[in-house]
Structures are given as C-alpha cells and as structure tokens.
Write a protein that binds this ligand. Structure first.
Ligand SMILES: [Zn+2]
Length: 465
C-alpha cells in the first residue's frame, strides 16, 4: 500500500526538500538548539512548551524541507560555499586556478560543491557521496545537458551523466515546475545534483574530483548557446573512516533507507539558516521476528513490532553530548499526518554520542524513560544506552541512526562510517511486503556473506554478532 510505504520510508527522513510545511518547525525552533548543553536539553524537555510538540521525527524532516528550500534560494551561492567550507574541518573546497590550457566561460551559473566526500566501502566498492549546487544567474532558463566527474588529469572521466541518468541526480529547489524537464533550471533558481560515485574495486581513489558541466541557454535572438563550464574541484577526504560496532545486536536487522535511498540522502534541511544533509548516511533499523515478519498481531500497537524495546548499544567509546527524554510515543504503525512535527520533536527521544575527532552518533525515536545513561556520561563500546521506541517523527517503531560532524541531530553534515562486521543474509526486493506484514525469508540459494568493515546497502538484511 502506498501509504504504508511512505510511512516506513519517511520516518525521520522526510525533511526532504520542498515537501512540507515548515511553519511548526519555525515556530518551535529556539535559538541555541544546535549546541545545547545536555543540561539545557533536559530543562527543555520538562518545559510546558514541549507538550505542544506531540510527535516527531519524520515530520520534522518535512518541516525542514520546506524551510530548507526557501533558505537555499534566499541564501545564494556565496553563502552556500561558505557553509561548505565551515562545515568540514578537512577537505575544504576552494576554486582552482585555471591553467592556461583551460578555457574560461562567462556562462551565467554559480556552481558550489560540498561537503568534501570521504570514501566508504559498500558491497565491495568505494562510494563517494556529495552534492553540487548549480544556481542560474540569468533570468531565463538554462538546460543542464551533461556532467562529467573527472579524476586525475588526462584520464577518462570517472563518471558521465546525460539524459535520464542525469535527471535522476537532480532536484530543483522551490516549487515543482511540471512543464519543464528536470534538467531545466529556471531563471534565478538552484538545482542540487546528488552525486553517488561508485568506484570499481581496481580503481585508485582520486585525490580530488573535477567537474565539467555542459549547459545551454537561449539568447535573445532565439539562438541556443551551448557551453562547457569547469566546475569546482572537490578534494577527497583522506582521514580514516570511523569503524563502529552495530547499534543493535542479533538478527535479522533490515537496513531501511540506507545507502542510495533518496529519503535520507536528499533530506536537505535548513537549521540555523544553513541547509545541510545530516541524514546523508542514515539508516532506519527494524528487525524481523522468528516468523520472518516485522510485526505480529495488531500493527497499531508498538508491542506488536519485534524491534520495539530492543536495547540500543554504544557504537564506540564516547561521551553523551546531548540527550532528550520525556516525549510520548506514537502508537505502532501510524500516520504522519496525525503528528505536528517540529525541529524540537522530530527526533523524538534521542541521544547523541560524541565519538571524538569531530564525529557524533545520533540515536533517534527512543522509548521515553528508557535511558540508562545521563548527559555527560562516558560510555564504553557495546554499552546499553536506551531502548528502541516510536517517538518523534516515526511511522512505526525503529531506530534511526546516523553520524554527523557536529553536536546537533540535524544541524550538522552527515558523514560516513563502516560497521566492523556483519553477515548479510539477503536484500529485500522492496519494503512493501514486510511493511504489509508479509513474511520474508532468505533465498536458500544466497549464502550468507560476511562483510568487514563496510556500510550496509539499502534494504540489506543483516545478522550482527
Ligand atoms: Zn530515518
């Protein structure tokens, strides 16, 4: 059923650009939310204001989406470039001086990139996820004809996108313009290109990524002018990637909305005046029971879901840097429309674990009153932190987990990590069947595969130690 699909697919995620009504989010947002001290957070939970914000996570995203779209338009390219630079301690992106052999172009676009990608292994291949934002500085439409991603000088492009494959990467900020092709960027508008570069196992990871965009514009006399523009050069982050233990244990956990899924990946959300993708590498974890189902009995009851109440675990040694408790839960499978989602309640009851080196782990939608740690506490890898729940913008019990580069659930950039080991016993063909209560079983012909260390692919069914 389409609705159920959207339920499970949205969860925390649905901040995505252009999808929602931000008003509640704006209203609820408080200055200083980004770097609240744990103490401040707790006080806030106890405040009467909190009572207004019933539920949480997915809705917040929605709220954020609309906000973000507006913010991106108004902020303009210069601000966006600044955001990219500030948000990454490493791999900042600067314009490259053009060599004498390169042509210059006065084509009326502004292209910014970032944050700099860090390679993450998934299914045996290195993946580089990042975005380009192309703003049309003219009054008339511009058509994006092609994008080449370039590695070392003089070699063939690492990837080239034209036609439909290019369209699939694009999202135009602001209202949908159904009459236009997705590759048309209207006058004054910004398109976001969501790049997911997959390198072959034999490829060396490039030190930086160049971009060549082919664009066209119609002149006043009606003639079509086509031009090639050299876009920003993006450094590839070289620092070691965090290798974590899983946030849950046992079997059989499904990595919903994981790598390549658009809901998390494209959840651009504006927080404190800057549009970021905190959920770039987020996963919604749910588990199957012995009967191969997500739930048994009435799906309107949280207790019917096998994952409900499961312990969530510290993915590494760290310190609790933010925590929110006290929000009520939704009842089992529920409709997002019944929730009033704001930035304050979107993640529901959550905690942030400071892993050091500028990396923070978010655990969202937890059960109220289930926390076994306090703000500021030092925790050890594998330690029980709380119980999986259904609070905030959550369509059904699940754990939303992601890594970010700041102590803010959504006001930071999502960063990659790898799980130290897991056994993949299959991949769902899609979420619909299990969302509808159907049984999933591994294909007897597919042997379990041990991965170490890697990031799970979308809809992978995994067993953890
Ligand atoms: Zn999520």
């Amino acid at each position: 059923m389409a609705f159920i699909q959207s339920v499970f697919w949205s969860r925390l995620d649905r901040l995505a650009i252009g999808k929602a009504n931000l008003r509640s989010s704006l209203r609820a947002h408080r200055p200083g939310v980004r770097n609240q001290s744990p103490t401040a957070v707790n006080r806030d939970v106890a405040s009467p204001d909190r009572r207004l914000l019933n539920c949480l996570f997915a809705g917040a995203i929605l709220a954020g989406a609309a906000l973000m779209a507006g913010a991106a338009l108004m902020a303009g390219p210069a601000m966006m470039a600044g955001a990219a630079l500030k948000s990454r301690p490493v791999g900042s992106i600067a314009p490259r001086t053009q060599g004498p052999a390169q042509s210059h172009s006065a084509f009326p676009v502004d292209i910014v990139a970032g944050p700099a990608p860090q390679p993450v292994m998934a299914d045996g291949r290195a993946r580089l996820l990042y975005e380009l934002r192309v703003t049309n500085f003219s009054v008339g439409p511009i058509e994006l004809l092609g994008l080449d991603v370039l590695g070392a000088n003089g070699t063939a492009p690492l990837a080239s996108y034209r036609g439909e494959p290019l369209e699939k990467l694009l999202f135009t900020v602001g209202p949908a313009d159904g009459a236009n092709k997705p590759r048309i960027i209207g006058g004054g508008r910004t398109a976001v290109i969501f790049i997911d570069l997959s390198l072959s196992s034999g490829d060396n990871t490039p030190a930086e990524l160049g971009h060549r965009l082919t664009l066209s514009i119609q002149r006043k006399n009606g003639a079509i002018l086509e031009n090639t523009v050299n876009g920003p050069v993006v450094p590839v982050v070289r620092q070691p990637i965090p290798v974590l233990r899983p946030p849950v244990s046992g079997q059989a956990w499904i990595a919903f909305n994981a790598l390549s899924n658009e809901d998390h990946r494209r959840a651009l959300m504006s927080v404190d005046g800057r549009a970021r993708i905190a959920q770039r590498f987020a996963i919604d974890w749910m588990c199957l029971g012995p009967d191969g189902r997500l739930f048994h009995g009435d799906p309107k009851s949280n207790a019917s879901f096998y994952c409900y109440g499961v312990n969530v675990l510290a993915v590494a040694d760290g310190r609790i840097s933010d925590l929110k408790d006290g929000l009520p839960e939704n009842a089992g499978l529920n409709e997002q429309s019944a929730r009033q989602v704001t930035l304050d309640n979107i993640a529901g009851n959550y905690l942030v674990l400071d892993l050091g080196h500028g990396r923070f782990a978010l655990y969202a939608h937890l059960q109220p009153g289930s926390f076994q740690v306090k703000p500021g506490a030092a925790v050890k890898s594998g330690q029980i932190l709380a119980r999986l729940g259904n609070s905030g913008n959550s369509d059904a019990p699940h754990l939303h987990f992601h890594l970010i580069d700041g102590n803010s659930p959504l006001g930071a950039e999502g960063t990659p990590y790898e799980l130290e080991t897991f056994t993949q016993i299959g991949v769902l063909g899609g979420p619909d069947a299990v969302d509808n209560g159907q049984v999933w079983r591994p294909n007897p012909q597919d042997k379990p595969v041990i991965h170490r260390p890697e990031f799970p692919v979308d809809n992978a069914v995994l067993v953890f130690p």
